[in-house]
Design a protein around this ligand. Structure first.
Ligand code: SAM
Ligand code: SF4
Ligand code: F3S
Length: 441
């Protein structure tokens, strides 16, 4: 192969749904150039690593992977190596990557996917390394092609960036300020997805509830949900993430009345102690959070509630950690993503006094996971004997895999492939992370 004849690509994605969606754009750009997906990394003509910077562990995995790419480049100097996403968006990280891994051809951030074709040309024609990090999304967002990774469920961006500046979080620094996408473009994209056979969309934003504040006429997130609910062919609407401070009556009313909006809310609590919540700059108290949950459960009685929790925030005492355990017992989440606090360079929490030992963090995490697992199992057990509508995603052998409206994973056997269909399933068994059932009516 000569470099101008890139035929196959391989993309490795770390991090959240935003990154998964961005990787679909990268794949779309490559496919528009006539490329196809390589079966593995070693055989690809171009490799793109889409990175996450939210915790140190995520970054370490990427550094490890970049190290292994050296050998690939030595064996095949024509292979094009790229890195994008939240890690290089931090200037000092981009510089470190350039020095430590000089064989990387393309180093770009989160805002410049628009120009990926142009960077590729520079690498192919001029054989030079590209390092370019834009500080903001282009004013007029181009509607870039996307190669969707699923057939029935799709991610749709509704707003980018974050203005909240929680003191532990790198996201506002690497994803920029909040910027909403006009409703017309969102609706057009979802109508096109429906025509292609997609039945479920997940509306994506770091804080979906602040959708529209920066748009003419200020349409809000509940208005957007109504518009999406009216699109024929779409059967299910999900969204993430909601910030507790901005989740209120209008959202709950929309969730209660719009039939396509799923019975699931992901509402990150982060911590159960008010002093810690204040130091995190979350903008709510534990009592406020409990009131929100009460209102939500009154409006949508069978709602599934999931959350994110951080243990070991700087200065967190044992008693303060126990407030998190107490909140978990009070709210009884269906499931939770649980994290040890990871200091991120450039965020206020990384410089706070009282950084905790990793042993203390690990021990607290274990206790939290044990409690949450017990509650998750009990919440799932409540569904045994009920009939749930399941959207089937795939079938392996005779076993179909799908999800309930409450986003619980369900496995059940059937004589035919039901992928892409919404079917009734009687739940027969509950585990911590999934349910088992049989085709019902
Ligand atoms: N915008 C969403 C929100 O407000 O929850 C998602 C933010 S982040 C991508 C996902 C989760 O990672 C956060 O909810 C938080 O629990 C966790 N997280 C963020 N920064 C972290 C850090 N420095 N250490 C540990 N966990 C962190
Ligand atoms: Fe990070 Fe907080 Fe923004 Fe979520 S709301 S992305 S946790 S700064
Ligand atoms: Fe990670 Fe960036 Fe998402 S830091 S969690 S990939 S927004």
């Amino acid at each position: 192969m000569t470099r101008t004849e890139l035929k196959t690509y391989y993309i490795r994605t770390f991090g959240c749904q935003m990154n998964e969606r961005d990787s679909e754009t990268v794949a779309g750009i490559f496919r528009a150039r006539g490329m196809t997906e390589a079966p593995d990394m070693a055989s690809a003509d171009i490799i793109m690593i889409n990175t996450c910077a939210v915790r140190e562990k995520a970054e370490q995995k990427v550094y490890g992977l970049l190290g292994t790419l050296r050998e690939l480049k030595e064996n095949n100097p024509d292979v094009v190596l790229g890195i994008c996403g939240c890690m290089p968006q931090q200037q000092e990280v981009a510089k470190r990557i350039k020095t430590r891994f000089p064989y990387m051809d393309i180093i770009i951030g989160t805002h410049n996917l628009n120009a990926l074709n142009y960077y590729l040309e520079q690498v192919l024609q001029e054989r030079r390394q590209v390092l370019e990090i834009w500080q903001e999304r282009a004013e007029k967002e181009l509607e870039l092609p996307a190669r969707r990774s699923g057939k029935y469920k799709a991610f749709v961006n509704i707003n980018w960036g974050c203005n909240n500046f929680c003191t532990y979080c790198i996201v506002p620094y690497v994803r920029g300020r909040e910027k909403s996408r006009p409703p017309e473009t969102i609706i057009r994209e979802i109508e096109a997805l429906a025509r292609e056979g997609f039945v479920e969309v997940t509306l994506l934003g770091q804080n979906v509830n602040s959708y529209g504040k920066d748009l003419p006429g200020k349409p809000d997130f509940a208005d957007l949900l109504r518009m999406v609910n009216d699109i024929p062919g779409i059967e299910r609407i999900r969204f993430m993430t909601s910030h507790p401070r901005d989740a209120g009556d209008r959202l709950f009313e929309a969730m209660a009345t719009l039939p396509k909006v799923c019975n699931h809310l992901h509402l990150p609590l982060q911590a159960g102690n008010n002093r810690i919540l204040e130091r995190m700059n979350r903008g709510y108290t534990a009592e406020h959070y409990l009131r929100i949950v009460e209102k939500l459960r009154a409006a949508v009685p069978d709602i599934a509630l999931t959350t994110d929790l951080i243990v070991g925030f700087p200065g967190e005492t044992e008693a303060e950690f126990q407030d998190t355990l107490a909140m978990v017992e009070k709210v009884r989440f269906d499931s939770a993503f649980t994290f040890m606090f990871s200091p991120r360079r450039g965020t206020p929490a990384a410089k706070m006094k009282g950084q905790l030992d990793s042993e203390i963090k690990k021990e607290r995490l274990q206790r939290l996971i044990k409690l949450q697992n017990q509650i998750s199992l009990e919440r799932n057990q409540q569904l045994v004997g009920t009939v749930q509508q399941v959207l089937v995603e795939e079938r392996t052998g005779t076993i179909n895999k799908g999800r309930t409206t409450s986003n619980k994973l369900v496995f059940f056997a059937s004589g035919r492939d039901l992928s892409g269909h919404l079917v009734p399933v009687r739940i027969t068994n509950a585990k911590t992370w999934s349910l088992e059932g049989e085709l019902g009516d």
